[in-house]
Design a protein around this ligand. Sequence first.
Ligand code: DOR
Ligand code: ZN
Length: 345
Amino acid sequence: MTQHLTLPRPDDWHLHLRDGAMLDGIAPETARHFARAIIMPNLVPPVVTGAEAEAYRNRIRAATPESFTPLMTLYLTEATDPADVVAAHAAGIITAVKLYPAGATTNSASGVRDFDRVRAVLEAMAEAGIPLLCHGEVTDPEIDIFDREAVFIDRVLDPIRRATPGLRVVMEHITTADAVAYVRSQPEGLGATITTHHLVINRNHILVGGIKPHYYCLPVAKRETHRLALVEAASSGDARFFLGTDSAPHSDAAKESACGCAGCFTATNTMSILAQVFESAGALDKLAAFASQNGPRFYGLPENSATLTLQKSDRPVAYPAKIETGAGPVTVFDPGFPLYWRVLD
Ligand code: DOR
Ligand code: ZN
């Protein structure tokens, strides 16, 4: 018997679309299945003002169909003007502000070093109801890369939240049982996005049997126990956890290099992978909450009225191994198992 699953059209609450030829090449991959996406501002140079966000939004709109709505973010720096953030939000240009600890990841050099220097911006955001989206890793060289998320919770996230009550915060792309537990321990004002790839791979997938550059991302995938905690959180129906793919394209030349870039590109096959992961967890009925309902609820936006239907096939579903772009080929994330759920376009 053919199985179908119809969801409200999903949204991606954490996405990298880049710019120029890469944007043109990869944006249609997201717009095919998703209605809205929160767009990361870590361009070179970063999107730091409302005017820059508006110009970037126009470039994204030119590269995507009208059915797709980009929700813009600003890149928080120590020089960010609170008035500009509030005005951009009031004008409907931005939805949220992104915090990168300086040096944590791709194009984060202009991020925050001294958190006291962004206090006024955070207070203005709390007042105006603008969410703060955190790349949750410390950059202290003394801290092991596999511990950087857990340490961020204690050293940065919890102090910011205590100092700025009322600030709505999303801990982005969580990778640890520690983050799941912290989010669950907080009664309100804190959500977390979970990526597709962190539901599929653990650190062995990156390193055993040869180094796999297309599985390298930040925060780096952790032990299997952590992956299982993420699957449990995502498939629990708990409204604090929602999909943010962190689909982050880099050309194959930039990934397959002596110093490869961080990022997994999952836009093309995310919904097929998620259906499979949720089915394996015995939680297909929770996929709508994770991919389509919990995110809009956190952001105070309506659920999409359009829908998306997945169909289970007897034979594995084909998807391209690479997306060819004017900025070079981009390898599509390989979950390492065949996919049986097809999106009916
Ligand atoms: O893996 C990642 N890639 N993590 C990030 O935080 C940034 C992203 C990118 O922009 O490539
Ligand atoms: Zn990201």
